[in-house]
Design a protein around this ligand. Structure first.
Ligand SMILES: NC(=O)c1ccc[n+]([C@@H]2O[C@H](COP(=O)([O-])OP(=O)(O)OC[C@H]3O[C@@H](n4cnc5c(N)ncnc54)[C@H](O)[C@@H]3O)[C@@H](O)[C@H]2O)c1
Length: 290
């Protein structure tokens, strides 16, 4: 029968790899996977952050420095995981990502496009290319890619973020179709706001970062709640994981009245912009070093 090759709840007792595991949603995934009895390779561009996560795990964890935008580093991460686990991992979570926003298309600059897409899109492509052959050969487990509600409904002044996350959605849908019947699952996580460091750590103009932080405080879910819900959805074999009500409403609006949705987003953007955002992303880079 179809689908019987996969274990019923692969997130329990998993040999897992999580990228961007040093903070926020990635850290919450690592903690929850360990709580479910798994061993977790915690990869992050910051080794110190990854090590801090490993110290928080109940079970076995390994900290690895890995910049997901560099293909060879992700390939090395896959080799490390295979060696430590003595075989293919069961669950791979391509979570690492950065925030970018505040400037309209035309003002962004290619350095910023490349930086954001290098991590948010190429990072996930590198992860899928490195790990999917291992999972396919094992015929079990699966991949969770972290996209965003921005992946299906674009907000103004977030061009590179929207494009990267839409790419992650498309890649996940492609993979899910390619892997159907192999015993390997695919889920794609599409949240709106989650209370993490993403709005302060990326390249977001001060005006937009403050707005994002307020929305996060008022409406955001905790990363722990998102991690638990996503792993349960993955175990249930769900492709799309849309955890929040506002994300579900946006999903519906985009599908039922797409033109109205986009006009509405544009109108909201004009009403909220009391004055044009004067800060350019290159200025932001030179003052924050990010
Ligand atoms: N927080 C939200 O509201 C929200 C909403 C939708 C989607 N997301 C997505 O969730 C994912 C996790 O973000 P978060 O909110 O937990 O943010 P976060 O900033 O708290 O954590 C991101 C982690 O990724 C790491 N990282 C950054 N660049 C990296 C790189 N090149 N290679 C490896 N690691 C790198 C950071 O060091 C950090 O530990 C991202 O893909 C983000 O786009 C977040």
């Amino acid at each position: 029968m179809f689908g019987l090759r996969s274990t019923p709840s692969p997130s329990y007792g998993a040999d897992a790899v999580v990228t961007g595991a040093g903070s926020g949603i990635g850290r919450a995934f690592a903690i929850e996977l360990a709580r479910r009895g798994g061993r977790v390779v915690c990869a992050d561009i910051s080794l110190a952050r990854a090590e801090e996560t490993v110290r928080l795990l109940e079970g076995q964890g390994y900290a690895v420095q890995c910049d997901v935008s560099v293909q060879t580093q992700v390939q090395d991460l896959a080799l490390f995981a295979e060696l430590e686990f003595g075989g293919a991992p069961t669950v791979v979570i391509n979570n690492a990502g950065v925030g970018i926003g505040g400037q309209p298309v035309g003002n962004i600059g290619f350095e910023d496009w490349n930086w954001a897409l290098g991590i948010n899109l190429w990072g996930v492509i590198h992860g899928c290319e490195a790990f999917v052959p291992l999972l396919r050969a094992a015929g079990r487990g699966g991949v969770i890619n972290v996209a965003s509600a921005a992946g299906f409904a674009a907000a103004p002044t977030m061009g590179p973020y929207n494009v990267g996350k839409a790419g992650v959605m498309s890649l996940s849908e492609t993979l899910a179709a390619e892997l159907s019947g192999t015993g390997v699952r695919v889920s794609v996580l599409c949240p709106t706001f989650v209370k993490t460091n993403v709005a302060v750590d990326g390249r977001i103009t001060t005006q937009k970062s403050e707005l994002a932080q307020k929305l996060m405080r008022w409406t955001g879910f905790s990363p722990e709640r998102v991690a638990v819900g996503t792993l349960d959805a993955f175990d249930a074999g769900r492709l799309y994981v849309v955890p929040q009500l506002d994300a579900k409403a946006i999903w519906l609006a985009k599908r039922l009245v797409p033109t109205l949705y986009t006009r509405g987003a544009g109108l909201l953007n004009r009403l909220m912009a009391t004055e044009p955002d004067q800060q350019s992303l290159p200025e932001l880079r030179s003052t924050t070093g990010k």
